[in-house]
Design a protein. Structure first.
Length: 64
């Protein structure tokens, strides 16, 4: 992702690219958006943005 793009926009772009049935962690989204330490921010973006597949983003514990 382009680092000149705002973080929220990069996070939204990554979430919109999820395939049907794909489940990822907040940290995966943050890393793919170019901010690997921003997993909590991913949660905030999901909380305030409607129309996203929020149920596909889980904690890393759920993936193990």
């Amino acid at each position: 992702m382009a680092s000149s793009q705002p973080l929220d926009d990069r996070i939204l772009d990554v979430i919109r690219l999820l395939e049907p049935g794909e489940v990822v962690s907040y940290g995966d989204i943050a890393s793919d958006a170019g901010a690997p330490r921003a997993s909590r921010h991913v949660g905030r973006v999901l909380a305030r943005t409607s129309g996203l597949c929020w149920w596909r983003v889980v904690t890393v514990i759920c993936l193990t």
